[in-house]
Structure formats: C-alpha cells, structure tokens
Design a protein around this ligand. Structure first.
Ligand code: BG6
Length: 468
C-alpha cells in the first residue's frame, strides 16, 4: 500500500518558540517530513521565531541535528532553504516589525502563527500580532496545549485570543487527534456496522484507557512540575480518547458535527469525587527535579458519563511516567454471556474484549472464545483476532504533527478542539485539580504500573487493569 500525499496551498508558517523542545523535536521534523514527501509548495516558507538573537545560519545549524534523520543531503538543504530566523521578544514586541516586513512580501498566501510557547505568552503574542496588524483574514493561529491550568486561566487565554482571531481562525491542537490510530478509532466505530450496536450499557461492562510512558521527566522539569500528569495528559489527551470512544455517531464528517458530539460527552461527565481519583509520584522524581514536589507523575480515575448510552458503565483512565513500557490502549470490556449453556467442564468462558492499541505496534485485538480443536469433549479457549496495522498495510505511520500541521494550512478544523470543548473539559477537570494540594501523591516504584491505590480503584469494583 502506498501513502497518498495531497499538496497544500502556498503558506508562511511562523513558529513562535522555534528554539524550544516542541519546535525542534516535533514541529520542524514534521514539516521536514512533509517536505520530503513532496507536500509543500516550492515557495512555502517557515519563519522560525524566538527571543534569542541569532541569525538564520545559526538557527539552521541548530536544526540540522534534529532533521537530518529524515533526509538525504539534497533534501535537507532544500528544507533548510525554506527557513528564516527572526528574533522577536513576545513581551515587548521588539522584532515584530521585521516579522511584519517579511510576511508582507507575500500577503496572499496562507499564514499560520504557531504558538509553541508557554501558555503565559499566548496573550502577549496575540496582542503583538494584532498590534502589528498581522491578524489578517488569511491568518490562522495554533495554540499548543496546555491552554491554561484551570477553567479561569483557559477562559482568559481564549478571551484574549478571540479579540484578535475568530474561532474559525483558531486551531487548538491536541496531537493525540493527529495519531493515525486515534482517527482509526472513529473509522472503526462508524465505518463498521459490527461494533456500534454493542457499544453501550447493555453490552459493555466497562472501558479502560491506559496511556503509559516509560520515560520520566526528559529534561522538561520547568514545565512538567507545574503541570503534572492530570493537566499534562488527562485533561486533554485522555479526554479526547474518552470522547471518541463514547460519542454518538455525528450526522456527518463535518468538523462541527463531530465536535458537537464530543462536546456532549464532555458535558455529560459526572463530577469525579476524591475517592475515584488516584495520584502517584514515581520514586526518584524529587531527586531528578532537585527540590521537593507534590506534583503527580501518575493519575488514575474512574469516570462516569451521565447519558442513556453509558449510564452505569465506568470508564477507568490511567496515565503515568516511568512505567514498565510505553503503551496506549483503549479496552472495551464486554459483559459475560447472559446465560451460560456450555458444560462446566468446558472451562471458563471469558467475556469478549475489544482492544484498540494506539501505540506502539498499532492495531486492533478482539478477544473471542472458541472451541479447543480436537476430540475428547468440549473445551473452550480464549483466542485473539489480532491485527497489526504495520503488518497488514506496510505503511509507516506518520507522526501526529505531520497531519495536523497540514490540516491547519488546509483550513480543516476537524481534529482541533473548539473553544467550548476546552471549556467543558476544564469545567470537569478544574474541581479535581483544585483538590490536589489537599493530599500528596502516593509513591510508586519507578518502572512499575503505579501506586497500589490505582489497582484498588479496580479491585473494589471486582475488576482489574489489563496490564498490571
Ligand atoms: C505531551 C505531553 O502532550 O504528550 C508529554 O506533554 C507526553 O508529557 C506526550 O510525554 C506523550 O505523547 P506521545 O505522542 O509520545 O504519546
């Protein structure tokens, strides 16, 4: 199978925070990969913006380290040619005039302002762009998560951005929505007649969503210690996974039709009481950080969705750093057969389970019960129908950002969060996060599956995590 590349319109991509980790590790390599595949128009430019004073040659040299794995020398040189570095101080606006002059030479093409900076800078950058008259109709603004650290700060940011850019120009990115397998979740549910009739309280016992990471802080101390696992992962990435798993079929594949349905899920979330929320911190975190901290590196929750489809079906979520392996999975655990008719000596008949594996080794696994082959009575066996996308299709999965960065140029907001989604996610998350100062997180061993309280969250309901 071959990948399809659809060229996009001509653009100027302005990346604020161009010397930061996100820009260097994810955004620039993603643009480079799209360039390698021939998706970028010949004249498309990338304007790298940051505070440090350096010239374009120095910036290109800094970037060369990161993008070289994507290219042969000729392609790398062609990509570097697209890049210009402009020093701008987002707070004072120094350098904004240079950015303006550079952009004005091509006033007709799509302009993207990507704010790969700390959320504290969102407001001042937006103000500076507006002051310089750079909020033109062909401009789009991309906001990286986290958008605020609670409902009030998110509102402040969204209000400030809205004074300069319309909602149709605003792209709130959640890179989980750019993952192939997350999009496949949508296709599996709504492109097959098979699963949808079963996805409800009548057939589903519970849902588990695990996003485990093996890595720890990875040098992101300053950001991570102020955020923690709940704000860094649950309020955004895991919430999006909940939405895609639980949403009603939208009327069409239209951006707003989809976002309307996701919004309904977020609005149906019951407040999560303290006993349904576990926070953990891996041993060694404080010494890695170099100061005492009550920030959680692990969070597990039991979530209730108050609507007809899901009433009484718990959604258990967990995410953490320094866990035994990197794995993201959505497990739909079905109920047992309603009435057992197989003889007791046939063995236990486990309930069916549908597992959507988001990463790594993306695929789908459906746990079934079959007869053990051969004579000698009726015995049953659990087997997995196991499909690995890599093996089946042989196409490398593109990085999530590659698709999302191009969707911004195309003006397709389907995979971006609308303001009301962010508000609804915070309306649920803020009261939970607000309680975090009351109790320190529970310790867990580095490279383990989290604190024991997370297992208890399940065992007291007579259930257990699929990996533990
Ligand atoms: C980011 C978080 O949004 O997602 C990181 O800030 C986390 O802390 C990362 O490591 C996980 O993304 P992925 O694509 O590796 O699952």
């Amino acid at each position: 199978m071959t990948a399809h590349t659809i060229p996009v319109a001509d653009f100027d991509y302005v990346v604020f925070g161009a010397t930061g980790d996100l820009a260097l590790r994810k955004l620039m390599p993603a643009l480079a990969a799209r360039d390698r595949d021939g998706q970028l128009p010949a004249s498309a430019r990338i304007l790298a913006v940051a505070r440090s004073s350096m010239d374009t040659a120095a910036y290109r040299a800094m970037l060369a380290e990161k993008v070289k794995e994507f290219h042969n020398a000729t392609l790398a040189a062609a990509f570097m040619e697209r890049i210009q570095y402009i020093a701008v101080d987002a707070k004072t606006g120094t350098g904004m005039d240079t950015l303006k002059t550079t952009l004005e030479s091509r006033s007709d093409c799509v302009r993207v302002y990507y704010l790969a900076v700390a959320p504290e800078l969102f407001v001042s950058i937006t103000e500076q762009l507006a002051k310089a008259g750079l909020n033109t109709p062909n401009a789009r603004i991309v906001l990286e998560k986290p958008i605020g650290h609670d409902a009030a700060s998110a509102k402040e940011i969204n209000d400030a951005v809205a004074t300069a850019f319309s909602e149709a120009q605003t792209y709130r990115i959640d890179h989980y929505l750019g993952k192939e397998t997350v999009q496949n979740l949508f296709v599996l549910r709504f492109g097959n007649a098979l699963f949808e009739p079963l996805m409800n309280r009548q057939y589903v016992d519970h849902v588990q969503i695990t996003v485990a990471e093996k890595v720890g802080l990875e040098g992101r101390h300053a950001y991570y210690d102020g955020a923690g696992a709940f704000r860094d992962m649950v309020q955004n990435h895991l919430m999006q996974l909940v939405c895609l798993t639980a949403m009603e079929p939208p009327q069409s594949f239209n951006a707003d039709a989809i976002r309307d349905e996701k919004l309904k899920v977020l609005r149906a979330l019951a407040p999560t009481p303290p006993e349904q929320c576990v926070r953990g911190q891996y041993a060694g975190y404080v010494s890695e950080l170099g100061k005492p901290s009550n920030t959680e590196t692990y969070a597990a929750l039991k979530l209730e969705i108050q609507n007809w489809r899901w009433a009484g079906v718990p959604f258990y979520l967990r995410t953490g750093k320094s866990m035994p392996e990197k794995v993201s999975e959505i497990v739909i655990q079905f109920r047992n057969v309603p009435h057992p008719i197989l003889p007791a000596e046939a063995g236990a008949v486990p309930a069916n389970r549908l597992v959507m594996r988001l990463q790594p080794n993306e695929g789908v696994r459906l746990g079934l019960t079959v007869k053990e082959p051969g004579p000698g009575g009726l015995r049953v066996l659990p087997v997995d129908l196991d499909m690995s996308f890599a093996e089946s299709f042989g196409v490398a999965q593109p990085e999530a950002y590659e698709r999302l960065l191009m969707d911004v140029v195309r003006g397709n907001q389907t995979l971006f969060m609308r303001r009301d989604e962010v508000d609804a996610a915070w309306a649920w998350a803020s009261p939970i996060a607000g309680r975090f100062t009351e109790k320190p997180p529970e310790p867990y061993f580095a490279q383990s599956w989290g604190p024991s309280a997370a297992s208890e969250l399940m065992t007291r309901d007579g259930r257990k995590w699929v990996q533990a």
